[in-house]
Design a protein around this ligand. Sequence first.
Ligand code: ZN
Length: 187
Amino acid sequence: MKPAVVVVDMLNDFVHGALKCERARQILEPLGRLLDGARNAGVPVIFSNDAHVPEVDHEFSIWGPHAIAGTPGAQVIPELGPKPGDYQVPKRRYSGFYGTDLEMLLRELGVDTVILTGLHTNICVRHTAADAFYRGYRIVVPTDGVQAFTEEDHKSGLEYLKQVYGAQLIPVSEVLERLAASAPATG
Ligand code: ZN
């Protein structure tokens, strides 16, 4: 297994600002642990970030303006990073793959398994999972590493990821155990 952690839309506007999701706070601690564990195990951390073009992007008709490229609202929340060595891939649609460099990056990193985290379970995580599935990646979704606006959206979102894309649903603690077990020996 050659994994990478993909962190979807953990941006100021999604956690604290224009599209604030109260439930995002629940995943900050486990997600922080996951990212630290991944970095320590040499597993790439990739932030897949909304970076919208003002006045133009189609999504605004549904959600209103958010995560405008170049504004503080479009930056990753300081609680999570990015740290030196992390990657950031901007996107303008729900999927982290659509019209972006994500696939090129994953390929060059030799990744075959994506660990999908962030917001929202039933929207951008789901669409990113779809595109990962189409491209043949194995998908792991830490159940305490994703969230949505409501419990129902989150739960049904997880179930959909499992049923339709074969996503493995396991807690962050178990993902960390697997990353540590598969990490190259050091020292
Ligand atoms: Zn957006």
